[in-house]
Design a protein around this ligand. Structure first.
Ligand SMILES: Cc1cc2nc3c(=O)[nH]c(=O)nc-3n(C[C@H](O)[C@H](O)[C@H](O)COP(=O)(O)OP(=O)(O)OC[C@H]3O[C@@H](n4cnc5c(N)ncnc54)[C@H](O)[C@@H]3O)c2cc1C
Length: 313
């Protein structure tokens, strides 16, 4: 189907298999799906949904999402907005559909530092901004000067760091305080020698290698637990496990006996217990049931409530 609001065409497919759109490879179908490559197309997609009273949702690379097998009955917007330009005063303007790896490589080529610790994180820039992706104590939100987005009324808006209010693996968008589709971002970086940037990236990639289990996943399923937010008595008991002021969720799951736990095709990785893998043929429902069992184990053993880092569609 081709739709032409306000000139230009928007390609909208119907009844689309979502398995290729999520790194878990989970089954499910979208009633409508469109890939947007420009802000103009994003605005048209928004109008398309609004004019038909369809609900809509956005996907980047699908590396942090669990798809429900009942599918999605609205319009799924796949963000492929591509823009990658150096701006004055060591800034980079980037489209939300750009692969995070491409952005990291671009900054490296420009002699701009700040993103090296994010090397190796899969996904789009939009997904990274939504969830404040990070690793080794660095999070993308720290570099953001402005985000451009399209609100549910199909208007272009900007948000500054105060409004974006990034937090550990979260921010105003993830918490629902801001709604809409992130389209672009302006990042402020720091000049550095290409050699320094390259060695920091190599160090990061080497530290990641072998840390993550092979197999279909969406990365760490649960957030690491902020040490300051748990009961002092529990914190004191687990103090040996605290790193970067957080207790690794994988450690809690392992100690609670979650290693290898399985529901259908979904299994807790024996290599890294915060990875819930699709070993083949798992459904979103199986992944969710496994996640519930894991939460129960950790609650019973440590009186700690794990919180999902992943999102459910
Ligand atoms: C092997 C592996 C390792 C990983 N390692 C890390 C890691 O070290 N650190 C880390 O932080 N994460 C990690 N992740 C998780 C994942 O890579 C990140 O969360 C990533 O930023 C998600 O981006 P995405 O484009 O795939 O988002 P998606 O999975 O497509 O979407 C995730 C959520 O973001 C929303 N979203 C996506 N794009 C937009 C947009 N443009 N506007 C508004 N909302 C949007 C979606 O609606 C959804 O709710 C890992 C994942 C895997 C599979």
């Amino acid at each position: 189907m081709s739709h032409r609001p306000h000139g230009g065409s928007l390609s909208v497919e119907q009844d689309v298999d979502l398995a290729p759109y999520n790194t878990y490879g989970l089954p499910g179908r979208a009633a409508f799906l469109t890939c947007v490559h420009t802000v103009g197309e994003l605005l048209r997609a928004c109008e398309f949904a609004r004019s038909r009273s369809l609900r809509s949702a956005v996907l980047g690379a699908g590396s942090n999402i669990v798809i429900d097998e009942s599918g999605y009955d609205g319009l799924l917007i796949v963000n492929r907005i591509h823009l990658l330009e150096r701006r004055e005063k060591n800034r980079i303007e980037v489209g939300a559909g750009v692969d995070l790896a491409e952005l990291v490589g671009f900054a490296q080529g420009q002699g701009l530092a700040g993103l090296e610790r994010l090397a190796g994180i899969p996904g789009s820039v939009g997904g990274a901004l939504f969830g404040n992706a990070g690793a080794f104590g660095v999070q993308i939100g720290e570099l953001v000067e402005q985000v451009g987005y399209v609100d549910p009324g199909c208007r272009e808006r900007n948000a500054d760091p105060d409004e974006l209010a990034f937090s550990y693996r979260g921010g105003a968008f993830k918490r629902g305080e801001l709604t809409g589709v992130i389209a672009t971002a302006l990042l402020r970086l720091t000049p550095a020698s290409p050699g320094e940037i390259t060695s920091a990236m190599e160090e990061t990639l080497a530290a990641r290698a072998g840390k993550h289990p092979a197999g279909a996943s969406c990365g760490s399923y649960f957030k690491n637990v902020e040490a300051d937010l748990i009961e002092p008595e529990v914190r004191a008991r687990l103090s040996a496990w605290i790193t970067f002021n957080r207790i690794p969720a994988g450690r809690l799951i392992e100690e609670a006996g979650g290693k290898g736990l399985r529901v259908g095709g979904a299994v807790v990785s024996a290599h890294h217990c915060n990875f819930l893998l699709n070993e083949g043929g798992a459904t979103g429902n199986e992944v969710k049931r496994l996640a519930r069992q894991v939460k129960e184990l950790v609650r019973d053993r440590f009186e700690i409530e794990l919180e999902e880092e992943v999102r459910y569609l």
